[in-house]
Design a protein around this ligand. Structure first.
Ligand code: G
Ligand code: G
Ligand code: MN
Ligand code: NA
Length: 254
């Protein structure tokens, strides 16, 4: 498969590209973060979605070099943006559970921060409930180490997995991201409204900031504002953008 060729020949930059989706604070309107989302421009297949090639990469043993390339590239990009005073946002990275569970995962994070001379608070790692629950003891240990380094932690796609609230209570997590399933038509659906409202309250009581994902309409946004949701991302504000377009987007919002 051609995915093998790209990874094994280390030609990531020729076919892989990281897109950045801005996350905006709902009350201030300020951009506070960006989620880094990988795209594969395959010469044979065209633009391939990560929902297709990530599971493939996981099954054929290629996910680790891909995720490591993403981590390194994101740290490098962040340092460039900081030095050029283009952005001082948090960059949130998605990882495979395979990479997250590697015994030397923390060492790699330390290495990428060091190589790029990047302070840890600019990096946020997005973990799903299933990634945490797969091996809860080692996940808690890893999360604690990340926190003591100063790297931020978000729980992604919240509400769609099986997480134990007993563990959530004790996890040092900065951010809870409500899955877009709950946000879609949240203003019209009484069940989604009830769940979203409860999740926002729970996260605040646990001292986490809440990001609503997949916000597409003004009505959804005004519901979230009314329920004191901290931040949002979604097509209403911006699609994920290539780095150069993301820079322009930041510039225009200034
Ligand atoms: O970007 P959407 O545009 O299609 O992303 C789909 C899914 O792919 C999301 O669940 C996201 O977490 C995952 N994903 C995006 N970028 C990466 C990445 O760099 N590494 C891993 N492991 N998953 C990613
Ligand atoms: O699983 P994770 O939350 O990491 O995946 C983020 C996914 O959500 C990406 O595929 C991204 O392109 C997609 N996304 C971002 N904003 C929106 C939106 O407003 N609507 C929809 N349908 N998808 C979105
Ligand atoms: Mn995510
Ligand atoms: Na999500």
């Amino acid at each position: 498969i051609s995915l093998h060729r790209v990874v094994n020949s280390q030609q990531f930059t020729e076919q892989f590209e990281i897109y950045y989706q801005p996350v905006v604070n709902i009350s201030s309107g300020k951009i506070i973060a960006a989620e880094c989302l990988l795209r594969w421009h395959s010469p044979e297949l065209g633009l391939v979605s990560p929902t297709e090639f990530i599971p493939l990469a996981e099954s054929i043993g290629l996910i680790m070099p891909i995720d490591q390339w993403v981590l390194q590239s994101v740290c490098k990009q962040m340092k460039i943006w900081l030095d050029a005073r283009i952005s001082d946002l948090t960059l949130a990275v998605n990882l495979s559970v395979i990479e997250f569970n590697q015994p030397d995962f923390i060492q790699k994070i330390v290495k990428f921060l060091k190589i790029n001379n990047l302070e840890p608070q600019y990096l946020e790692i997005e973990l799903t409930e299933s990634m945490i629950m797969q091996d809860i003891t080692s996940a808690i240990a890893t999360i604690n180490k990340l926190q003591s380094l100063g790297v931020r932690i978000a729980i992604d796609d919240f509400g769609t997995g099986y997480s134990s609230l007993i563990y959530l209570k004790n996890l040092p997590v900065n951010t809870l991201k409500i899955d877009r399933y709950f946000i879609h038509n949240v203003d019209q659906d009484p069940q989604k409204s009830a769940i979203t409202k409860a999740l926002i309250e729970m996260a605040h009581n646990l001292n986490m900031q809440v990001i609503a994902e997949g916000v597409e309409t003004e009505a959804e946004l005004s519901f979230l504002r009314q329920k004191s949701c901290d931040a949002m991302q979604g097509f209403l504000f911006s699609h994920p953008l290539p780095a150069a377009e993301f820079e322009k987007f930041l510039w225009n919002k200034k």
